[in-house]
Ligand binder design. Structure first.
Ligand code: ZN
Length: 77
């Protein structure tokens, strides 16, 4: 069964949760870009995570690049 949205996707494939980054400030969600090589051969779950999420890497402070830019200024990122 095809998941209807992101939450549905994570419910159906709970193992995907560990690959999901959530920004501590804006709550934006995306998958860790590093998962691509390691995991993305894995079939249908990988297919869904790619269709429902965008790649999102977080900074060390748990913020997405956009929030880092907003909070600390463009030079911080
Ligand atoms: Zn953010």
């Amino acid at each position: 069964m095809k998941p209807r949205d992101r939450e549905d996707c994570l419910r159906q494939f709970p193992k995907l949760q560990r690959w999901i980054n959530t920004c501590a400030h804006c709550g934006r969600q995306g998958y860790q870009p590093e998962m691509l090589d390691e995991y993305f051969h894995a079939g249908i779950a990988a297919h869904y995570i790619r269709s429902y999420f965008e790649p999102l890497s977080l900074q060390d402070n748990g913020l997405c690049p956009e929030c880092v830019c907003v909070i600390f200024g463009p030079k911080a990122g």
